[in-house]
Write a protein that binds this ligand. Structure first.
Ligand code: NAD
Length: 468
């Protein structure tokens, strides 16, 4: 282990243990400073993410900076309320005492973030940790090096090492950090690494929040507005070139409207990125893949799909040199093709059709629970029915991705799509230790009635308590 990480951790833990938890004013001051700094760094953030995977700067504004500012503003406005001790009632037999739940910081926490939204998925959890009063070690992804080193500068301007240490490095560095006895580990990334993180946290019995991934379906009903469905699926799928944890991974469309939807999706691709393959390859409005191995995996699953009978309705062009994969539509995809077994995490959209709702349920339930299920329909019935029949982190009707940005609702998955919740108060709670504080009045003598010596009267009283 890098000696300095260990020393810095000990320093952070000692500073945390030796002082009272930061008060609400201090936490708000830190969050406001972070907000100002993110805005001051805005152009540099756009440039760094562009350097890392050519993400368009407007997309950086809408999908990185805006959700982060919404989280900060939400937390700033509610910290006083979140920190307030909550009075609780008690059963009659436990009367004569007051009961409260206090919300205390858990302590030094580790945030490990992925590359795909390198700013909001690093600083978002940081907002929650700061709101909860926890010091932090932050390890951004090595796959977006320009953004990671920018984050290190940005955070070093604002926080001393007793508040925040940003560590650059790869999986080895992450594993070294995971050996330190953090009180909470907040991990965003793949289910495979999520398992490693949870096992490492178990060594110290640290609590975990795991924001993972999976195959989020988009279900299109026969009564859906097909043009709107295509527009919003296109937004969710081809923002960030499909490299989004809650991107619609595949489409399940009713067979009566399948051809209409495919035609509208083709139209959407043309409208957003260009009519021809050459125009699409040249547009500045479309991000690149993060790495060559990532591109090679996508190409492999695409070839596997076409070898098993799927047909490319549009796209399919891939250039390793450019780390470019064209927005791609796949139809006639056999459900046992590899592309229907693993998270795609790229710009390929398989379209499968269904006739009866049961087929939708069995297709979704055959895979691990998705992070989000999208439903496109004019009526609520299908979404409500699916909500009761499948396990999913969220249901989003007639739109995609936007539920991520609302700090009023919790965000997360279950099983391989995630453990725990983040955003807003749920994010604050992830870093918070709920401390029960009970205060018995000194003069109260009721307790003696249920203690030895067990006289006949006390025994009868006990019988009565248990029966009443
Ligand atoms: P990843 O799991 O490969 O890496 C995430 C982080 O873990 C990086 O910082 C990396 O350095 C570290 N890491 C990698 N291997 C490790 C190991 N063996 N031990 C310890 N740490 C290790 O994920 P990624 O490729 O950066 O991101 C893609 C995945 O993240 C997708 O599955 C996606 O669905 C998921 N994701 C989820 C959310 C969410 O909010 N639920 C958001 C974005 C991405």
């Amino acid at each position: 282990m890098a000696r300095s990480h260990h020393t810095l951790f000990q320093h952070q833990m000692a500073a945390f243990e030796s002082a009272p938890a930061a008060d609400a004013r201090t936490r708000i001051r830190r969050l406001k400073a972070l907000r100002r700094h993110v805005l001051a760094y805005r152009k540099r953030i756009q440039a760094a993410i562009h350097e890392d995977f050519r993400k368009p700067r407007q997309e950086v504004d809408t999908t990185e900076i805006l959700p982060l500012l919404l989280e900060i503003d939400h937390a700033v406005g509610r910290i006083h309320q979140w920190m307030k001790p909550v009075r609780k009632p008690a059963p009659l037999v436990l009367g004569g005492a007051t009961w409260e739940v206090h919300r205390e910081p858990k302590g030094p926490s580790l945030i490990i973030s992925p590359w795909n939204y390198p700013v909001t998925l690093s600083l978002g959890p940081l907002v929650h940790a700061l709101a909860a009063g926890c010091p932090v070690f932050l390890k951004p992804s090595e796959l977006t090096p320009a953004t990671a080193s920018l984050l290190q500068n940005l955070t070093a301007d604002l926080f001393g090492p007793e508040e925040l240490v940003t560590v650059l490095g790869d999986s080895k560095t992450a594993q070294e950090l995971l050996r330190l006895p953090f009180r909470h580990v907040f991990f965003t990334g793949s289910p495979r690494v999520g398992r490693i993180v949870m096992a490492a946290a178990a060594e110290h019995l640290a609590s975990v929040t795991l924001e993972l991934g999976g195959k989020s379906p988009a279900v299109v009903a026969p009564d859906a507005d097909i043009e709107v469905a295509a527009e919003r699926i296109a937004f969710g799928k081809w923002s960030n070139a499909g490299q989004t944890c809650i991107a619609p991974d595949y489409v399940l469309v009713h067979e009566d409207v399948r051809d209409a939807l495919v035609a509208q999706l083709v139209e959407q691709i043309a409208r957003r990125f260009g009519e021809t393959a050459a125009e699409r390859a040249a547009t500045p409005d479309y991000a690149r893949l993060v790495s060559v191995p990532h591109g090679e995996r996508l190409k492999e699953i695409l070839v596997d799909a076409t070898d098993s009978g799927a047909r490319i309705a549009l796209g399919g062009h891939y250039s390793a040199e450019e780390r470019y994969m064209e927005p791609t539509l796949l139809v006639d995809v056999p459900p046992d093709a590899r592309i229907m077994q693993e998270e795609i995490f790229g710009p390929v959209l398989p379209v499968l059709s269904w006739r009866r709702e049961n087929e939708v349920v069995s297709q979704i339930s055959a895979l691990p629970p998705p992070l989000t299920t999208y439903v496109f329909s004019r009526r609520r019935a299908l979404a409500l029915s699916l909500g009761g029949r499948i396990r999913t982190g969220a249901i989003c009707e007639n739109d995609t991705l936007v539920h991520f940005a609302n700090p009023h609702v919790p965000f997360g998955g279950l099983a391989s799509s995630g453990v725990g919740r983040s955003h807003g108060e749920a994010g604050f709670m992830a870093f918070t230790n709920e401390q029960t504080v009970m205060r018995r009045r000194v003069g109260g003598r009721l307790g003696r009635l249920l203690a030895p010596p067990w006289t006949p009267f006390k025994s009868r009283l006990l019988e009565w308590v248990l029966r009443s």
